[in-house]
Design a protein around this ligand. Sequence first.
Ligand SMILES: C[S@@+](CC[C@H](N)C(=O)[O-])C[C@H]1O[C@@H](n2cnc3c(N)ncnc32)[C@H](O)[C@@H]1O
Ligand code: SF4
Length: 426
Amino acid sequence: MDIYQQYAYSYPHKLAYREFDEPLPLKKVWQTENRTKLFAYLHIPYCEMRCGFCNLFTIANPKQGLDRYLTALRREAQAYRTILSDIQFEEYAIGGGTPTFLDADQLANMLAIFKYDLGVDTNKKYGSIESSPKSITPEKIHLIESYGINRISIGIQSWIEDETKQLGRPQSLEVATKAVEQLIESIIPEVNIDLIYGIKGQTVKTWQYVLEKTLAYSPTEIFLYPLYTRPLTGLAKLHGPPKNDIRLSLYRQGRDYLLSNGYRQVSMRCFRRVDAPIIESEYDSTTNGMVGIGAGARSYTSKLHYSGHYAVSRKAIKGIIEEYSNQQDFTSIHYGIRLNEEEEIRRFLIKSLIDGGQLSEHQFEGKFTQSVLDMEVIQDFFNQGLLVQEGDWIKLSKRGLELEDWIGPQLFSSQVNDRMNSFQLI
Ligand SMILES: C[S@@+](CC[C@H](N)C(=O)[O-])C[C@H]1O[C@@H](n2cnc3c(N)ncnc32)[C@H](O)[C@@H]1O
Ligand code: SF4
C-alpha cells in the first residue's frame, strides 16, 4: 500500500477549483451564511528562499512590490468589512509563505490591516502565525507579542545542515538555534516546530538526534511531516520520489518517542505537549466559514469555496501576485468550487477525522439526517481497524493515524478527483 498519497487537510483541494461562469458578488455569496464564529486567514506569499520540497503559493526574494501587496490587502480587508459589516471572527491564522519575511514596518502594517481593517481581535481570539529561522528578529517577536498572537510556528525541518541542504533549504544551524531560542524565551504562549522525515541520507540515528534536540526546547507543539516530492518543485527536478522509502518506520520512531516524552498525538502530523494550554475557540472547521485575504488565500462558505488562481512555478505565481496587487475591486469572486450535499458530507468526514482528529456521530446525524455508521466507507474503515469509537466520538485508531494520508484520498469523490487530475499545473 502506498500510504503517502496526499496531505488532505482541506477538501476539495485547490486543484479542483475552476473559473465560475460569471463573477459572484460577495454580498450574495455570504447573504444566507452564518457570519459569526468565522475563521480569518491572511496569506503572505513571500519567503527568503524557495525550498526544494515546497509547492505552497509563495515566491522567494521578491525585489519589489511588497508595499503594493499590502495596500491591496488593505483594499480586500476593507471590502469585506464594508460589504459584510456584521462578520465576526472567532479564530485566525497568518500564513504563507513566511509572514515574518516582511520587515518590521511591513509586519506592523500587515497586523494593523488584519486587526483594524478586517476586524480580527487578535488579542482576544485564538490565533497563529508562521515564521522561518532566518526572518525572526526580536523586533518582530515583540510585535507578535503585542498583538496577542497565541501560537508561532517555525519550520526547522532538521537540525543537521546536510539534511536541510538535501531538502533544497540550506539553513545554518546557528541561525536555526538562535531563532528557536528567541521564540522559546518570548512571551508567545505556544511555539510549534516543524520537522521533516524521509530526507535523502536521513537515518534512524540522525532522526533520533533531531527529535532529541527538538525536545530539549520543550516546544508546545511539534509537527512531524513525511517528505513529499511534489510536481514542479526543486526536489522533483533533482531526484524524484525516494528510492529507499523508510518514512513509515521513521514516523513510528518519532511517534513513539514523543508519546513517551510528554506529548499526545492530535493527528498523524501534530503532537501537543500534554500540559499545553487548552485552545479556547468556538470555531468548528466542519461547520463555520472562513474568510481568507491575500493572493493564494481561500475562503469557505457552507456550499461554496473560493480563492484566487493557483500555480507552483515562480513565473506564474509572480503573475498572480501582480494581478492581485493591481486589483481595485474586491467586491466579487470568480474562481472556486460549489459543494453539493455529497461533497459537504465528504468534507465533513475529512475535516473531522483527518484535520480535527475526531468525528461526532451525533453532530453528523443532526447535520445530514443519516447515521455515519451506515456509510459503507466508514464501515470499511472500521472493518480494517482504522477507526475506533469512544462514546459519541469516532477517531482514527493507531493504525488509522499512520495511514492518514492514504485514508484522506479514499474519501474524495470521483468528480473532485477528475477535476484535480485534469488541472493544468503551471
Ligand atoms: C506552511 S509551511 C512553512 C512555514 C515556513 N515558511 C517555513 O518554512 O519555515 C509549513 C510546513 O510544511 C512542511 N512542508 C511543506 N511542504 C512539504 C513537503 N513537500 N513535504 C514535507 N513537508 C512539507 C514543512 O515542514 C513546513 O515547515
Ligand atoms: S517551506 Fe516555508 S520558507 Fe520554504 S518555500 Fe515553503 S513556505 Fe517558503
